[in-house]
Design a protein around this ligand. Structure first.
Ligand code: SAH
Length: 242
């Protein structure tokens, strides 16, 4: 038995790694959750078993302990187990938690990194996360946490030092995120974009500023990320994906 904690990439099936495709084709069971592209599952062999560990009964996200247990139980009955995750398993993918759990249970695993949405989705929108003379650093931040003053784990003041900020899981907190960034001193007209369903046929990019992005990106569907920085302006020259 061997569990592959595998990155599925951001959506475009051609952005799957050769190694990921190889194990998907060999898998006896594939355990997956919210993937941007379910067509990947069509690559599995006949008789491969699929286990969905996303929202239970369409409502609550399955607790991580239950997902760990599901992977473990499947590892007892199968040779090749693929735990497939959107993007990269170690970028807000809880791949580390699953790896530690498997180790504690004596189950062998391998990590197959994936192309993370944090970099590839901006790239498909024509936005480089770094650019000579414009951005010497980028930071990937969760937008999911509670952003209220007392409980935020993000050191907001320190975000001043990074040229490009990429927020994942932050669409529902967009108002709080843009307000916080203005509070720490970013100008209201600072460039900002929201990119939805990046690298897929439904990719949509909304370009604005910290001051108006909330208004402009109303009704935009998930998954979506927020990118903040002068690099957003490069899209004018670099946008290519239709
Ligand atoms: N492990 C993943 C990220 C998991 S967090 C990775 O490396 O990409 C899930 C968040 O990623 C979503 O809320 C969204 O912010 C972002 N995301 C994932 N796929 C995306 C896509 N195709 N387009 C835009 N954002 C995406």
């Amino acid at each position: 038995m061997l569990v592959y904690l595998t990155g599925a990439g951001p959506g475009d099936i051609d952005l799957l790694t050769i190694k990921a495709l190889k194990v998907i084709k060999e898998a006896d069971v594939i355990i997956y959750d919210r993937l941007a592209n379910l067509d990947i599952l069509k690559e599995a062999k006949n008789g491969c078993h699929f286990v969905y560990v996303g929202k239970e009964n369409g409502h609550h996200i399955m607790p991580q302990e239950k997902i760990n247990e599901t992977i473990y139980q499947n590892s007892l009955k199968n040779n090749t187990i693929v735990r497939l995750k959107g993007g990269d398993p170690f970028v807000f993918g809880r791949g580390g938690e699953e790896g530690s759990y498997l180790k504690s249970m004596g189950v062998k695993f391998e990590i197959i990194p994936g192309i993370t949405s944090a970099i590839s989705v901006p790239a498909y929108a024509g936005i480089p996360v770094t650019h000579r003379g414009v951005s010497v650093s980028f930071r990937v931040i969760t937008g999911h946490e509670s952003l209220s003053k007392n409980s935020s784990q993000i050191d907001w003041g320190s975000l001043k030092n990074d040229d490009t900020l990429v927020f994942l899981m932050g669409l529902h907190n967009l108002s709080k995120i843009s307000t916080k960034l203005i509070e720490i001193g970013k100008p209201k007209d600072f460039p900002c974009a929201v990119i939805s369903r990046g690298t897929t046929k439904e990719q949509k990019t909304v370009v604005g500023t910290l001051g108006n992005i909330l208004q402009l990106s109303r009704d935009i569907p998930t998954p979506a990320l927020i990118i903040v920085g002068r690099v957003v302006e490069l899209r004018e020259q670099l946008h290519w994906f239709k």
